[in-house]
Design a protein around this ligand. Structure first.
Ligand code: ZN
Length: 362
């Protein structure tokens, strides 16, 4: 994996990283394909609108259909018909957030499946084996993601575990896969710093900030974004995990992060909340009933070119399958083009005015 910084504008970076399956321009938005599909979208459609890398969730794919099944069907790329880069998370975050029952031990986590209540175990070895069977291009280390709020003592214990697991993952790293380390430390500045030092000391292909957007107040999240970014190596990709609100994204880019993922554009689309150049709208509103105009006159997506707001409102209220498709096409197109424009602004040295403009709209 090759990583090059193309331009910087203050701390914001426009970078390019090349993988065996193609290049990724940053700042990059990774659409989330939780179960091996970005909901409602065909891979060709994602590619056409400019998606260069997607994220798949190890926890979900491990439980269903199982990594061995995916491996026997040719690996995750072949399985889902996406031949561009895929980043897999380690499963840690879902184990900590979804599983009803979990027991953390020094060598991993026992947890109960949210699907059928069966008991499972994931440790560093399992996380690496599963991700290797999936065959993702970028694997993530297994981390311990402390909830919000966490005491200093708990955050410290969790940090120690995260470092130990990261070291084990590094020792089990597969040659053909890039591996990213994850910085934890909850909302404590000194712990974030310590976590960064320990993880960087182990040495990874890229670095992620984890444990944010877990229910903490926005101001505290923003502070941690600003604290963590400068701690990470300049010459490696920096990934702000699970953050996708566009205002937060701009802040992350301003701090120096390169990669982002979030279910927000796809989930909101299915709920009828759509992003436009004038701000967010709810398509179910009465005012759109007989509106013949496009969803967003400034958008070039298939939905905006072909359908009226009145029609989109009608199929949403009628719960038609096409509504989810058309709304998702629009929201993802909007997100990917937002990122493209943001990258252009960094290359032109106008990121600050880009951010100011969008902060007033969003
Ligand atoms: Zn559109």
């Amino acid at each position: 994996m090759q990583f090059n910084i193309i331009r910087t504008d203050s701390n914001a970076r426009a970078c390019l990283f090349e993988t065996q399956r193609g290049q990724v321009k940053t700042p990059a938005f990774l659409p989330v394909g939780t179960l091996g599909t970005v909901k409602a979208m065909a891979p060709e459609e994602l590619e056409d609108m400019g998606a260069e890398m997607i994220l798949c969730n190890t926890y979900h794919l491990y439980l269903r259909p199982g990594h061995e099944v995916i491996s026997s069907l040719g690996g995750i790329h072949r399985f889902m018909n996406w031949d561009r880069p895929i980043l897999s998370d380690s499963g840690g975050f879902q184990v900590f957030s979804l599983s009803a029952l979990r027991k953390i031990e020094e060598n991993g986590v026992h947890f109960k499946s949210h699907l059928d209540g069966s008991m499972h175990f994931i440790g560093p070895r399992e996380a690496m084996d599963i991700q290797s069977a999936l065959g993702s291009d970028i694997a993530m280390v297994l981390d311990d993601c402390p909830p919000y709020p966490s005491s200093y003592e708990y955050a410290q214990e969790s940090l120690k575990r995260t470092t130990r697991w990261a070291l084990q993952c590094k020792q089990l790293k597969h040659q053909e896969q890039a591996l990213f380390g994850i910085i934890q430390g909850s909302l404590f500045q000194d712990l974030r710093k310590r976590s960064a030092e320990e993880i960087i000391d182990i040495g990874f292909d890229g670095y992620a900030a984890g444990g944010l957007s877990v229910g903490e107040p926005k101001e505290e999240m923003h502070e941690m974004i600003y604290v963590t970014a400068p701690l990470l190596p300049h010459d490696k990709p920096r990934y702000l995990m699970g953050i996708g609100d566009l205002k937060d994204v701009m802040l992350g880019v301003e701090a120096g992060f390169d990669m982002f993922d979030c279910v927000m554009p796809t989930r909101n689309a299915r709920n009828g909340t759509l992003f436009t150049s004038k701000g967010k709208i709810s398509i179910k509103r009465e005012e759109f009933k007989a509106d013949r105009g496009p969803l967003d006159p400034e958008c070039g997506c298939y939905t905006c070119k072909k359908y009226s707001r009145g029609y989109l409102r009608h199929i949403f209220l009628s719960k038609e399958i096409l509504s989810m498709r058309l709304n998702t096409i629009h929201n993802l197109y909007f997100y990917l083009h937002f990122f493209k424009d943001m990258r252009e602004s960094i290359k032109e040295g106008t990121f600050h005015s880009f951010k100011k403009k969008w902060e007033a709209i969003l």
